[in-house]
Design a protein. Structure first.
Length: 153
């Protein structure tokens, strides 16, 4: 889903500025003040950060911000890991629940996986290897104790 907003970014700003904590520079401060007084605006300078946070909380990819020169375009993406796609992969129930877990917690270790589902370390490693083979996960870390897994998408 794309949202287009005609207008310019403040002088010296890039789309990367919108992803950090930043001040608010409304185009029409008088209108912004009125919206703030009637509680239509709760905080200023936090909208783009909240959009990123909400997408992350809901297990969606981070939104894409693009400035075209005359408009700001915000693109929201649905997760590739939806039920329809997961149905085609032949995953077991643990693996599906682990994907939901990682959408919220960002990563998982083999030990966490085993504890989460009350299974042996070997079963956990086999499940995770299957997810790696299907390119759903990527492995991070170099040693056994420091290895963890993240979603690839």
């Amino acid at each position: 889903m794309e949202f287009w907003n005609p207008g310019r970014l403040p002088e010296g700003w890039t789309v990367e500025t919108l992803k950090r904590v930043h001040e608010s520079i409304p185009r029409n401060p008088s209108i912004a003040k009125q919206f703030f007084w009637v509680k239509y605006i709760k905080e200023v300078g936090t909208g783009t950060n909240k959009i990123i946070e909400w997408c992350t909380d809901w297990g969606l990819p981070e939104p894409e911000f693009e400035f075209t020169g005359t408009s700001l375009v915000v693109t929201l993406w649905k997760s590739k890991l939806d039920e329809e796609y997961l149905d085609t992969l032949g995953l077991n129930e643990r693996q599906r629940k682990a994907i939901d877990y990682m959408k919220k917690h960002k990563k998982i270790t083999s030990k966490e996986y085993a504890e989460l589902f009350s299974i042996t370390d070997r079963t956990a490693r086999n499940d995770l290897k299957s997810l790696l083979d299907k390119k759903i996960l990527i492995q991070r870390g170099t040693s056994k104790k420091l290895t963890y897994y993240e979603l690839s998408v």
